[in-house]
Ligand binder design. Structure first.
Ligand SMILES: Cc1cc2nc3c(=O)[nH]c(=O)nc-3n(C[C@H](O)[C@H](O)[C@H](O)COP(=O)(O)O)c2cc1C
Length: 348
């Protein structure tokens, strides 16, 4: 029989609660842990399960039309009485209508992702009573977003799954956390264990946002093939998409490598050849490259096509080892953080 781990003293959980107090109060959740919105994955079931587990679930609106979003919010509300948020992509052509849907449904927190939110959408959300969370990719932008009314920020490092910036969380945290005290700042990217959450809390973060770690929650509707790929995947398999030619920019997306990522390279090479042969204009070539991944995340998450679909995943994927209920994952993260805190304060 393996030796039972030493019990974690209550005082350590209380000390962790104190470190999370600002973030938890802001979210209205038991713990300052956000379930990062993941297109197709973060729908009613996972979002409600995370909020019910004491974390804070966030619906990924993605490309949903306003009516679909209204339906998803209502369905989530039917599964949890706890607060949850909605993540809106700023490039969505009906952004303001989506904000109105959130406000009409009484959603407490709106997360604007995919770029600096337009002032009008931000004002609309705040005037309607929602708290606004924005992504800050640099200190200057963090300051600008706070001046523009952001109530909280997420700093997401390049370790994260999905669309990423160029800077790691390790560096972003040092550049931003010591200088921003006006609003709570949540850290994201590559976090798979509670010890890391504790380290960032001690650096001044209000809490953490995790995505990859929640994909294999029992409640997540991700296809079993998608979950299996995560359980098998190691950090080194989750790589950013590669751009073949600087004239045709590719927004970096971190994903597990598969046939699709190989074909993407061949596709770019072929488009480049056709552009150089005069068969395609520059605009047509760029569009052709951008369209390659259209619908690819849905293909992998919902249909289970893990060869050709997009397996967006963060470097924390190596810490996903099995399917577990969301509540168990959250409890594990909290216990790891509390145990680390206890060991630091009282010795092992
Ligand atoms: C499959 C997948 C889809 C994602 N989709 C979105 C999205 O639609 N909007 C968004 O703001 N972030 C998206 N993200 C990023 C997450 O919200 C979160 O910030 C990120 O997963 C944190 O890094 P981690 O995966 O290392 O925990 C996605 C991430 C993954 C893995």
């Amino acid at each position: 029989m393996p030796e039972a781990p030493p019990a974690i003293p209550e005082a350590a959980f209380a000390a962790l609660d104190a470190l999370m107090a600002r973030g938890a109060a802001f979210l209205g959740a038991r713990h300052a842990i956000l379930g990062g919105a993941m297109s197709w994955v973060s729908e009613r079931n996972l979002v409600a399960a995370l909020s019910n587990a004491g974390a804070f679930g966030v619906i990924a609106c993605g490309a949903m039309a306003p009516e679909r979003l209204a339906e998803e919010i209502a369905a989530t509300r039917a599964l949890t009485a706890r607060p949850f948020g909605v993540n809106l992509i700023t490039l969505h052509p009906q952004l303001e209508a989506l904000v109105d849907v959130c406000l009409a449904a009484g959603v407490s927190h709106i997360v604007f992702a995919g770029g600096i939110p337009p002032g009008a959408a931000m004002k609309r959300a705040k005037d309607g009573g929602a708290k606004v969370i924005c992504f800050a990719p640099a200190l200057a932008l963090a300051r600008k977003l706070i001046r523009g009314g952001a109530d909280a920020l997420v700093i997401e490092g390049s370790e994260a799954g999905g669309h990423i910036g160029p800077v790691s969380l390790n560096v972003l945290a040092q550049e931003i956390l010591p200088h921003v005290r006006e609003v709570p700042v949540f850290v994201a990217g590559g976090i798979g264990r509670g010890e890391a959450i504790l380290a960032y809390l001690e650096m001044g973060a209000a809490g953490a946002q995790l995505g990859t770690r929640f994909v294999c929650a029992t409640e997540s509707i991700a296809h079993p093939n998608f979950k299996r790929a995560f359980i098998r995947g190691a950090a080194r398999d989750a790589l950013p998409s590669v751009q073949l030619d600087e004239r045709f920019p590719v927004i970096p997306v971190r994903a597990l490598q598969n046939e699709g990522t190989k074909r993407f390279m061949a596709h770019q090479a072929e488009v480049l050849r056709r552009f150089q042969a005069g068969e395609l204009t520059r605009e047509a070539a760029q569009l052709d490259i951008e369209h390659f991944w259209a619908g690819a995340l849905r293909r992998a998450v919902i249909e289970g096509d893990v060869e050709n679909g997009s397996l967006m995943a963060g470097q924390s994927v190596g810490m996903v080892t099995r399917e577990q209920p969301a509540a168990e994952i959250v409890a594990e993260l909290i216990a790891q953080a509390a145990a680390a805190l206890a060991a630091r304060r009282c010795g092992p």
